[in-house]
Design a protein around this ligand. Structure first.
Ligand SMILES: Nc1ncnc2c1ncn2[C@@H]1O[C@H](COP(=O)(O)OP(=O)(O)OP(=O)(O)O)[C@@H](O)[C@H]1O
Ligand SMILES: [Mg+2]
Length: 390
């Protein structure tokens, strides 16, 4: 869903917003970033300490937004290296070299002195300047053909350069789990580890949309990055924090606040899921008048459903019949705190021996989760809406 190009983000740009950005469907930034006070404080502190960190949450909860927000606030130079489209060692390495080149382009002037300095810091690298962009390219015979060495040298070079400039820089690697799938992924992680464990100037942040695979990279004692990182688990954003966020947008768009009943309904339908709160509000904020009752909010939710129905059906189609029927029963059962208790088993007409592994597989697929109160719920509130409606 959220495909970010490899880039250095200029998060210090004017953040004045247009109405259609009141509820961003991609990265939330500036004034349209809601709360996350605790997580922001923690991540800032970890960046300051240069402690490698991994951000973990289900999809569309706001990992990327949080990373951007914190870097914006700290004003640290920042590069986003996205492994989304990287499928082998060479493309993983190319992403890292490109990300570091972009970061260097942001912090260095483009002149001959820079070229000389960079060629001293980055071993085996030829530096060229194309308009305002600095390109690092490995030309030494060994590094040229070895992605593992390139990753090591390019990060080592960045560390040396940032040290000379006395700067902290942030390297944010998104969709990091891709590195687990490549032939020499272990060795590439080893290169990252060797820099991350000693760095004085680079704050590494890792994230990805597959929680299961991320935990394989960071929790498995056979993996190079085992126990290397601090972990931040992102949850949903509390209803009370959404009230000022939504009211602010109502004042900007309609010059008036909403009744709390309608805000409650927005948060109830979207279940405090950051993407869905914005998705529903973006539909409601397309109207000339604010939602004047809960029916108007419900109509907006139905619009969301219509535009997402095909995707939801495709997601359901990927499940087995047993998985689907358990998912449907969970959608129909409020306050489900014991999905293997007799009452629920009776409803799904299955034994606990059958239900237990299905629950595990649904959780691994991020179709269900256990909320902080211990209630088993569907992760996607629109999926729940579809199953309950049917
Ligand atoms: N703190 C926030 N305030 C307002 N909206 C937010 C916040 N965090 C996330 N969102 C919204 O939630 C959605 C998902 O955000 P984002 O892309 O940052 O999540 P993600 O976890 O990185 O997603 P993915 O797993 O797909 O990479 C976007 O619509 C974004 O605008
Ligand atoms: Mg993201």
């Amino acid at each position: 869903m959220n495909q970010l190009p490899n880039r250095v983000v200029n998060v210090y740009e004017d953040s004045s917003m247009k109405n259609d950005e009141l509820f961003p469907l991609r990265v939330a930034s500036g004034n349209r970033f809601c709360n996350r006070e605790k997580e922001r404080k923690l991540l800032k502190e970890l960046f300051r300490q240069k402690r490698p960190t991994v951000l973990i949450s289900p999809r569309r909860y706001g990992k990327t937004s949080l990373a951007y927000k914190v870097t914006e606030e700290l004003k640290y130079p920042f590069c986003v290296i996205d492994f989304l489209t990287a499928y082998n060692d060479e493309s993983i390495c190319a992403c890292i070299v490109k990300g570091v080149s972009e970061l260097v382009s942001k912090i260095m002037p483009t002149n001959l002195k820079t070229v000389q300095l960079l060629e001293k810091c980055f071993y085996g690298v030829k530096v060229s300047i194309l308009s305002k962009f600095i390109e690092l390219e490995f030309t030494s015979p060994v590094e040229k053909i070895d992605p593992v060495r390139q990753v090591l040298e390019v990060l080592k070079g960045l560390e040396t350069l940032a040290g000379k400039l006395n700067k902290i820089v942030v390297v944010f690697i998104d969709e990091f789990q891709r590195v687990l799938e490549t032939e020499r992924g272990d060795a590439i992680q080893g290169s990252i580890r060797s820099i991350a464990q000693l760095t004085q100037n680079i704050a590494f942040l890792f994230s990805g949309s597959s929680r299961h695979m991320l935990s394989q990279a960071f929790d498995d004692s056979n993996q190079p990055l085992y126990m290397m990182c601090e972990k931040i688990f992102l949850g949903r954003i509390a209803a009370q924090d959404y009230v000022p966020y939504i009211q602010e947008a109502a004042k900007i768009h309609w010059n008036q606040e909403l009744h709390l009943t309608e805000i409650d309904r927005i948060v109830e339908l979207s279940e405090e899921h950051p993407f869905y709160v914005n998705f529903l509000c973006s539909k409601l904020w397309q109207k000339d008048i604010p939602p004047l009752d809960t029916n108007a909010v419900d109509a907006g939710w139905q619009e969301c459903f219509v535009s997402e129905e095909r995707r939801l059906i495709e997601e359901l189609d990927k499940l087995t019949i047993a998985q689907r029927s358990i998912l449907k029963e969970i959608a129909h059962t409020p306050n489900l705190n014991a999905p293997t208790a007799t009452h629920f088993l009776h409803k799904v007409k299955m034994s606990s021996g059958t239900v237990t592994p299905i629950l595990k597989s649904l959780e691994k697929k991020d179709m269900i989760y256990v909320d902080p109160k211990g209630i088993t719920r569907l992760l996607d509130p629109l999926m729940k809406y579809m199953l309950v409606m049917n």
